[in-house]
Design a protein. Structure first.
Length: 493
């Protein structure tokens, strides 16, 4: 390490000598904890030197001189093109301190190998086509195998592999599941636009997307998480970090996000999600049935995935068949997307967390007035609002939108859409679970999480209902996360 800056190849050579020494000791005594520590530390330092000195053992083997003769540093190729190490910059996980709003504990697995954060060098050219973020942040664990003076680095996915073959034995593969999540949060900062995506959703329309959080695996069930109002995918970090600590979850599940500008009325966000799911079906046919986890307004969006609307919603809104309602072509298509849909057959289970399925009184009064002043509606929804109000009459007990309903309006208990939706039964055969916060007061069914009351989150016919001592951010509550873990493990079997 002393030599690293001035003579990186010398430092790398000494690292390889020390690493081979630790490797030889582990062959003699696989349980030597000091040798395991030194071995993993040595692999990490190889990557630190490669990164700092901009060395390249990926396009061709790297000759590394030492006092005892030359080492050749290379890697074990992988048939998957996305696992070409030349595409990534690598940083050892042990170089990071973990902490922050969403990352409060570090989830690791002991064993052989160096946990490394792999960040794609170049942005994805067509990330939307692959349902990938603009840059890939992969968790990898690297094991070094010695063949004489040849050191071969093997890259493994710790979310797919629990063990590795090392020195003729099968041993646990070391892993750090937290650092890649933390690095992605720091680098991409998805929370920076949370408020603006509420206030001006049209400006951030292109941020509505499904994204994979890890390499696609056709043998694992997708857990699709959907955030709520004024949130982003970052809000799921505590849950995903904790769930990945469980080997059953790692074996059976992969995590995807649906993120969207949460100033839109949730029926419109649900329409965008249906389009995204259509594209997922084209690119990843024969997926196992998904598990959807929706928090707050994300739960309302999830509810629509289990609904066959027929023409009931249209009739509740307009009171007469579509061909009798004189709408302009663009507005007619807008309402057709929002009001006509079928349940999604690719959904195998839904977990609702603190979801205002029957609305929230927080979406009325002064908060609604502020929302109407602050949330900038899109041009098309403004036109839709004017045409709808011209063609329909609003009953006294119903919410009369000052303009086209925004996300806050759509969560009001007086919302005509919300009321109509709850008169349509959910598709039978898809199990649902609810997790509801009561702020620790133990007063259900008269409880509230401070935003959503129990009567709104309670779902008749749910397979399970779990009350947790949490405010509205119940998806970050330890007991709620433990309940999601229980549900997923039971669902896997």
């Amino acid at each position: 390490m002393h030599e690293e800056r001035a003579k990186p190849l010398v430092a790398l050579g000494e690292c390889l000598e020390a690493l081979q020494s630790a490797s030889d000791e582990l062959k003699r005594n696989p349980g030597n904890a000091t040798a395991i520590r030194d071995y993993n530390f040595g692999v990490s330092r190889i990557f630190q030197i490669i990164q700092d000195a901009k060395l390249d053992p990926w396009t061709q083997p790297l000759a590394v001189p030492t006092a005892r003769g030359e080492f050749v540093l290379t890697y074990k190729p992988d048939p998957r093109p996305e696992w070409n190490p030349a595409l990534y910059e690598f940083t050892p996980a042990d170089e990071f301190d973990v902490g922050g709003k969403y990352v409060t504990e570090r989830t690791t697995r002991g064993g052989i190998g160096a946990p490394i954060v792999a960040v794609e060098r170049e942005p994805e050219k067509n990330p939307r086509e692959k349902f990938a973020p603009s840059r890939i942040y992969n968790s990898v664990s690297v094991v070094a195998h010695f063949e004489g003076r040849r050191c071969v680095l093997e890259f493994l996915d710790p979310l797919d592999k629990e063990t590795v073959s090392f020195q003729g034995r099968t041993v646990p593969l070391a892993a750090d599941f937290t650092v890649p999540l933390a690095v992605m949060l720091q680098e991409t900062d998805p929370g920076k636009h949370e408020v603006w995506r509420v206030l001006n959703p049209e400006k951030y329309a292109d941020t509505a997307a499904i994204e994979r959080l890890q390499p696609f695996n056709p043998n694992k069930t997708v857990v699709l998480v959907i955030h709520g109002l004024k949130d982003s995918q970052a809000t799921w970090t505590p849950m995903i970090n904790k769930l990945r600590d469980d080997p059953v979850i790692r074996k059976h599940y992969q995590f995807w996000f649906y993120s969207y500008p949460s100033g839109y009325p949730f029926p419109y966000s649900a329409a965008i999600l249906r389009d995204e799911l259509d594209e997922v079906e084209k690119h990843f046919p024969h997926l196992k049935p998904m598990v959807v986890v929706g928090h707050s307004m994300g739960g309302c969006i999830s509810r629509l995935l289990l609904t066959d609307s027929g023409n009931e919603l249209w009739m509740k809104i307009f009171g007469r068949p579509p061909d009798e309602v004189p709408l302009s072509p663009k507005v007619r298509e807008y309402f057709r997307q929002e009001l006509f849909f079928r349940h999604r057959p690719e959904i195998g289970r839904v977990i609702f967390i603190a979801s205002p399925l029957r609305g929230s009184n927080m979406a009325t009064g002064i908060i609604r007035s502020l929302a109407n002043m602050l949330i900038r509606e899109s041009t098309l929804s403004s036109q839709a609002s004017q045409e709808m109000l011209r063609l329909t009459s609003i009953k006294e007990e119903e919410l009369k939108p000052m303009r086209r309903a925004n996300s806050v309006d759509s969560l009001s208990p007086k919302s005509r859409f919300l009321h109509a939706m709850n008169e349509i039964p959910m598709t039978p055969g898809v199990p649902c679970d609810t997790i509801i916060g009561d702020r620790g007061r133990g007063d259900s069914p008269n409880s509230s999480d401070g935003v959503v009351p129990y009567w709104s989150s309670h779902l008749k016919g749910a397979e399970s209902e779990h009350i947790v001592p949490s405010a509205h951010s119940a998806h970050q509550n330890r007991q709620a996360i433990a309940e999601v873990l229980r549900i997923l493990k039971a669902h896997a079997h």
